[in-house]
Unconditional design. Sequence first.
Length: 250
Amino acid sequence: MAAGLNGNTAMVRVEGLAKVYPAVAGRGAQSVQGGGEVVLFRGLSFEVRAGEMVAIVGESGSGKSSLLHLLAALDTPTEGEVWVDGLRLRGMSQRQAAEYRNRNVGYVWQFHYLLPEFSAVENVAMPLLARGEHRSAALEQARLWLGEVGLAERVEHRAGELSGGEQQRVSLARALVTGPKVLFADEPTGDLDSKTGDAVFSLIQNLHSKHPLTSVLVTHNLEFAERCGRVLRLRGGQLEEFAGAASSQR
């Protein structure tokens, strides 16, 4: 099923996407077909328009994170095509994929993955340093982004000196310091308590509108999903667009 196809500018475009693995004992799978294949999904086609904030929901093991990995060129599809910000991901070399992730998209994980030996500002500056920017300029941009996420007074603190919510704010600043047009977030509030998670999600909403971004978020939190402009559900290897996510998944 094609979800969200229309005439507006597509920032993310997916056609006939499939992810299939050889069957392995213990792998969470949608279905096992002839030949021992584990099919997470097959034949997915959808678009995310420029400026949209889209949530992807579904049961554990349905392939939500795998789908996001494909959109971010962290993995390669079995079949199909992905275009993001006008770039065709299929056929990219590892170097090209790394360049795409550094310049075109930002990615936030459930876990912050901050480097513990470095300060918050140094962690945020890492993507800029990786592309060869001068250290002083990279640190200046990192400080500005830490201010954007409400951590102007915490720039020199290391990860272990920050709360869970603060650590995730640092990871959000790190994802956006390169000025991407697209933000991918994989369960960005999954490790946080409800109050802190709500604050982080509200921050993502505000940054999405302010900069502006095209955002695709994987979340198990149906309340957060319904605060996005559109909700897509991955179920039984198919993607469907729907309203009333909370009522339909209880």
